[in-house]
Design a protein around this ligand. Structure first.
Ligand SMILES: [Zn+2]
Ligand SMILES: [Zn+2]
Length: 284
């Protein structure tokens, strides 16, 4: 992209959120061409062979994290390299926290599902986080999470309708709504690699202790921000049916092999007890 639309803005309640985990700042090469970096409590991925400059960034971290994302990118791909594009799994603040600085710095296109675009172009706010879902400090902290709409103007485009992912020829996007209306996950068939976003996660977000220690435990989408639980259930079923060999989720450590297949099966079978909160404003 040569012409960056500068008429962009974060939501008026955008701010740094003081949350962390032991994985914060940690970068892991999960596969030779898939690198995961944890920004405080959320993950971003760099997908592409590090010996080339053909790569894509998945999601854009927490507020104020642009410098960290740029340096992780340059550490892996070389000084002054830039991704071909940024793909957003969805538009929650912790997945678009540095997007405006990254667009201005790299001048690259950004893609998200069509149904997510109203939340990324200043039209719609996500519903307020629900701090009453059971389970501790993160849910309480969620009251300070920004949810006024970000406006990326002309810089954001809809993902292609045919399921392909720009600049990621081996991947297909899978619509996995429930956590948000236009949430997508990315799947590569040849080695069954799944980038799940927040369709399910491997750390329970409702416990500050578990987020801090990143204790591995499969969970549905983060509770305080999920509004459509029936859609979320169907999305988990859809992803489990793909039989992923490795899953990198928006929060928590990546999971693979037997632990992943057994955990996904358990999540599908016990979705009501594992994923859905007992109470809270988005339950019935
Ligand atoms: Zn989210
Ligand atoms: Zn998230």
């Amino acid at each position: 992209m040569t012409n960056v639309d500068k008429h962009t803005s974060y939501g008026s309640d955008y701010k740094y959120i003081p949350a962390t985990s032991i994985s914060s700042g940690l970068g892991i090469e999960v596969l030779p061409d898939v690198f995961n970096q944890t920004i405080q409590i959320v993950n971003i991925q760099l997908v592409g062979n590090p010996k080339t400059d053909n790569f894509v960034l998945i999601d854009a971290g927490m507020p104020n994290s642009a410098d960290e994302i740029i340096s992780a990118t340059e550490d892996r791909f070389g000084k002054n390299t830039r991704p071909k594009a940024i793909i957003l799994t969805h538009g929650h603040f912790d997945h678009v926290g540095a997007i405006i600085e990254l667009i201005n710095h790299w001048e690259v296109p950004v893609f998200a599902h069509e149904l997510e675009l109203p939340y990324l172009t200043g039209q719609n706010s996500y519903p307020e986080p629900d701090p009453t879902v059971e389970g501790g400090m993160i849910a309480k902290l969620s009251q300070m999470f920004p949810n006024n709409p970000i406006n990326l103007g002309e810089n954001i485009q809809s993902l292609p309708y045919d399921g392909t992912v720009p600049y990621m020829p081996e991947f297909k996007w899978v619509h996995t709504p429930g956590h948000t209306p236009g949430h997508v996950s990315l799947f590569r068939e040849k080695d069954a690699t799944l980038l799940a976003g927040d369709a399910f996660v491997t750390v329970k977000q409702d416990s500050l202790y578990k987020v801090l220690t990143q204790q591995q435990e499969i969970s549905g989408p983060p509770r305080y921000l999920t509004t459509n639980w029936e859609a979320a259930r169907e999305s988990v079923k859809k992803l489990a049916a793909l039989n992923p060999s490795v899953a990198i989720t928006g929060h928590g450590m990546h999971m693979d092999g037997k632990l992943l297949s057994e955990s996904l099966e358990k999540l599908v079978n016990e979705f009501d007890s594992i994923a859905i909160p007992y109470h809270g404003k988005y339950v019935n």
